[in-house]
Design a protein around this ligand. Sequence first.
Ligand code: ATP
Length: 365
Amino acid sequence: MARIQIHNLTKRFGAMTAVSDLTLDIADREFMVLLGPSGAGKTTTLRCVAGVETPDAGEVLFDGRPMRGVPPAARDVAFVFQTYALYPRKTAYENIAFPLEARRLPRAAIDERVRAVARTLHIEHLLERRPAQLSGGEQQRVALGRAMVRSPQAFLMDEPLTNLDFKLRVEMRAELKRIHEDLNTTLFYVTNDQVEAMSLADRIAVLNAGVLQQVGTPEEIYDRPVNRFVAGFIGSPRMNFLPCVLEGGEHVALVGRDGAWRLPLPAPLREAATACGAGELVLGVRPEDIALHGVPPSGDDAIPAEVYAVEPLGDRTIVDLRLAEAIVKVRAAPTFDAPQGARTWLAVDRARIHLFDPRTDLAIV
Ligand code: ATP
């Protein structure tokens, strides 16, 4: 068990900066997910923590102890990759036992430990099989078992579920969460899958182009993104962004750039939007924060639009609406049905809107 601190970490490859001045504090026993698009610098960060990559600046500390100069093997962390790299000729049992045999532990102690780990992973019945006789998910569990058997201070996992099919991914996601609770160990996990991050993490750190964007609980990241990148990266379909201008006067409102819609601003946002001083703003609305009506609802904020496309997904229907020049995605009930071109009215949940300053892309709060 360990607290992992990353202080002002910078890593370059030639002229390219893969990680830039990253500071992140992972609490003992925390499940921290590092989330970002491909090339964001996630793997590089993890490799610096493991000690297989040396930072150009900054440092990594385990329980307050600087790790510079400490070789990977002495850091007592287990690294699980997206490729399982099991020994093909060894059985699952032998694969899991391998790190303990390398330490020359007594056979009875090894057996006890391997069986305990196999119980946690629900693979006791698979121990005599070789990797070729196991499914992808089972192989991944064996790889996890090999990492767990040593009881390391922390687990570093680099997209361990990437190679699994969708059903297994969902299954393993739940398993990983349970395993983390059983292990009671720090887990630093890298992924570019926002659903995985939301469902697994105690906290998520969002990284883009080597720069940390935001750290917070899944709820904080989803409900209060600090900038447009985070707002757009998390959520599916992603948040709608609509350019608009701020209309002052007695009733402060947002007006679509082309005058196609008008949305009175709720009190908490009025002052902040005015104080920000940007004439133009970007309104952010998540697809689930818009209700659709076949006739204009009462109130002053319904916006007329036209149905552009309807995507039924079983448990919900995604409706694309044309609003002047923009397409707005709305998450509607599975029963929603309207032909293309039908007129509809949007009621935006104004308590849940986001505003961004287009000059900086920062959220206005
Ligand atoms: P992915 O999700 O695709 O694995 P990532 O967020 O893990 O991406 P990294 O693998 O950390 O990203 O790479 C960050 C950047 O550093 C990329 O632009 C990558 O091309 C570059 N990079 C990584 N390793 C090296 C290396 N050994 N030599 C040169 N450039 C590298």
